[in-house]
Design a binder for this molecule. Structure first.
Ligand SMILES: [Zn+2]
Length: 295
């Protein structure tokens, strides 16, 4: 989904991205370490680890490799002398920050170093993991800055409330908002009603979960109506759905139980994380001010 080649391979863009990404994750960047001509750069970052009685700083050597253009995995040959490099910089652990994958040979080597207690720990942020983290909440400004074209296509999630609000299937609990990135036509929004009164509003996976939930509603003598989640995350359809709901409530056609109305609102807030654009820090501050005003 994210096209890493939006960062040119012959610049230090990937290292800059790694820096900003790790800072967003709470690391402190100490310095940038040259690996010599054409060798790119490593980063030295620290992380505060809290013990029961004290906290101490864990220093990581971050190796940045940007092979997205060739698509090649990062192998042991690309990461020579890991132990020596760590010792030289008095680092406790190793982080591979790669736009592709780490080869199985490199993974085995890193695991062996840790198992033999040569290094305290290691971690690999590969292209897939970075992508997963970028499309989930909190990283969208980074994605907008470094991968503007992918950003337009992917539309990462944005916080609406202080915390991410998952959109969980009523039956299996799977987060359908995340699932919508991986597959098409993953789920339905369902209204269960008796006459014109909504008693339950929920989301379910299409297929088995949907049938299971449907049977439970039928047993309660409720009828169901549904909408496709793929449609609802389209901005115009989201708005149309909101207006249609408002219109039917205004005309007296639809009634909601308190529970069903709360469920409807929760689902709309969750969907809005995908539909609305990123809120800037200034806007969030202004929103907090506005929220204090009576209306
Ligand atoms: Zn399900």
């Amino acid at each position: 989904m994210i096209d890493y080649t939006e960062i040119a391979y012959d610049t230090d863009g990937w290292e800059q991205f790694a820096r900003d990404f790790l800072v967003t994750r709470g690391f402190f960047v100490e310095s940038t370490v040259d690996r010599g001509p054409d060798q790119g750069k490593d980063l030295l970052v620290t992380e505060n680890l809290k013990g029961t009685l004290s906290s101490y700083q864990f220093r990581w050597l971050v190796s940045c490799k940007h092979f997205a253009t060739s698509g090649k995995a990062v192998s042991e040959d690309h990461e020579p002398n890991i132990l020596e490099r760590l010792k030289h910089f008095r680092a406790d652990g190793f982080i591979g920050f790669y736009s592709t994958l780490a080869s199985s040979g490199l993974n085995t080597r890193l695991k062996a170093l840790r198992d033999n207690k040569d290094i305290k720990d290691y971690s690999v942020f590969d292209g897939r993991l970075i992508e997963n983290l970028l499309i989930t909440t909190g990283y969208s400004p980074l994605m907008l800055r470094y991968f503007p074209n992918s950003y337009k296509i992917v539309r990462p999630l944005h916080l609406v409330l202080d915390e991410y609000q998952p959109l969980e299937c009523k039956v299996c609990g799977k987060d359908l908002l995340m699932e919508l990135y991986a597959n098409q036509h993953v789920g339905n929004l369902v209204h269960a009603m008796v006459g014109a009164t909504f008693h339950s509003v929920y989301v379910v996976c299409k297929g088995q979960c949907d049938r299971k939930a449907e049977q439970a509603q039928l047993a309660l003598k409720r009828q169901t109506g549904w909408a496709d989640l793929d449609d609802l995350i389209m901005p115009v359809e989201f708005l149309r759905y909101m207006f249609a709901t408002m219109n039917r409530i205004r005309s007296g056609q639809d009634h909601y139980t308190d529970e069903a109305f709360a469920q409807e609102k929760h689902i709309l807030i969750s969907l809005a994380q995908r539909v609305l654009r990123h809120t800037t820090d200034e806007e969030r501050q202004r929103f907090l001010e506005l929220a204090k005003l009576p209306f």
